[in-house]
Design a binder for this molecule. Structure first.
Ligand code: LMR
Length: 402
């Protein structure tokens, strides 16, 4: 059958996604030794993306308990929303008790970012957003899709392979009031370079003074230092009296990627403000996807609401965090014995799933074509996908291209 005058005719081909496109290229590669260090997905010591034991147990329980497939509320499962707030602030925190928080369940952390951005665009229509240089490949696109103008601020210093804190604060000090600034609470994606506590406090004072709006991306709570420690940035901003928008995700911390378990949380000044903000956030969601899906949120809510399941999840989360740290050390150790051209010791200082390897595009491409080793074009590697079985292959390949 032929279709004439198709309006699809002039549509240009879009480039592959810089991260998920690598998973597609990896899947098509026939090299039996191939390794995917592209996408940020945790793999266990055997190279599997695990379904956590605690998740399986909660799923079994839910299978017995579920008695309806009715819609969830627009802003999601109430027990899940409470669980999100308790992880961000602790169940006894005055923000939780006073009803100052607005949380909506979203489709993953990306959904939290997009719903937060749509909300901000509606109520701060003149504001632009600033993201770190570099940042997660999708941030810019998500915010542009929400109609925000996206700019960047200095963050990473390639000389020291650390934080350019002085340049960062100098740039932020120049921003007009009500500018929105995207911050990574921990496990900075893609660099693995985070602020320390003193720097967060300094930044909070700056935001307060300049009247800036922090939009905090917390996609890795529990994978840097621990659940409480990783909430430091969110708590510090909010407790200093700055209104905050937080996007959070359980994709990584519960290994629930495809279940799309995320949230957006607004920290407001009063229960009354919260009520009005929540009503508007629900309108944003209703006109986007109406209401979220149930399964992943239900599993997370069951785990967070049951002392035994919660303890078991925390133990599994600690195992993931510690395994990543062991892989960082092993990677550095192995590369130091295999080549002396470059010092990779900085990788041990970074936190979270990613490391900014410092490898340039020609080297990244050689790794792909000659070795079937896939990392992101920027040189970002997912350390959480390394294990005792693939580490020699990975470090051999890198030693050959540096
Ligand atoms: C990543 O940065 O690799 C992950 O957050 C997955 C994604 O959606 O890009």
């Amino acid at each position: 059958m032929s279709i004439s005058q198709s309006f699809f005719r002039d549509i240009p081909l879009a480039p592959p996604d810089p991260i998920l496109g690598i998973t597609d290229a990896f899947a098509a590669d026939t090299n039996p030794k191939k390794v995917n260090l592209g996408v940020g997905v945790y793999q266990d010591g055997q190279g599997r993306i695990p379904v956590l034991r605690t998740v399986r147990e909660a799923e079994k329980r839910w299978l017995e308990l579920e008695n309806s497939k009715a819609y969830l509320p627009i802003d999601g499962l109430p027990a899940y929303r409470t669980g999100v707030q308790n992880l961000l602030f602790g169940a006894e925190h005055p923000f939780v008790k006073n009803g100052q928080l607005v949380t909506a369940q979203t489709l993953g952390g990306t959904g939290g970012l997009r719903m937060g951005a749509d909300f901000l665009k509606r109520f701060l229509p003149q504001s632009e957003i600033w993201v770190s240089s570099p940042t997660w490949e999708n941030h810019r696109a998500v915010f542009e899709a929400a109609g925000l103008k996206v700019n960047d601020y200095p963050y990473y210093d390639p000389e020291t392979r650390g934080l350019a804190f002085g340049k960062m604060t100098a740039a932020l000090r120049q921003l007009p009031a009500a500018s929105i600034v995207l911050l990574h609470a921990c496990c900075h994606n893609p660099t693995g370079v985070d602020l320390d506590r003193g720097q967060w406090q300094e930044l909070t004072a700056l935001f307060k003074q300049q009247n800036l709006v922090p939009f905090i991306d917390l996609a890795y709570q529990g994978l840097a230092e621990g659940i409480e420690q990783d909430a430091f940035a969110v708590r510090t901003f909010a407790e200093s009296g700055v209104p905050v928008v937080v996007s959070s995700s359980f994709s990584k911390s519960f290994s629930l990627y495809r279940e799309r378990v995320g949230a957006v949380t607004l920290v407001t000044a009063s229960a009354d403000e919260a009520k009005r903000a929540a009503s508007q956030l629900k309108r944003v969601i209703r006109t986007s996807y109406s209401n979220p899906s149930s399964h992943g949120a239900q599993v997370v809510a069951l785990i967070l609401g049951d002392a035994e399941l919660r303890a078991s999840w925390e133990a599994e989360l600690a195992d993931m965090r510690e395994r990543i740290l062991r892989m960082r050390s092993l990677f550095v150790q192995k590369l130091a014995t295999k080549q002396q051209t470059r010092d990779f010791s900085f990788i041990e200082k970074q936190r979270g799933m990613f490391s900014y390897s410092g490898l340039d595009l020609p080297r990244v491409q050689r790794l792909r074509t000659e070795f079937g080793l896939y990392i992101v074009d920027s040189g970002r590697m997912c350390v959480a996908a390394m294990n005792e079985n693939n580490i020699d292959y990975i470090t051999d390949a890198i030693a050959k291209v540096v």
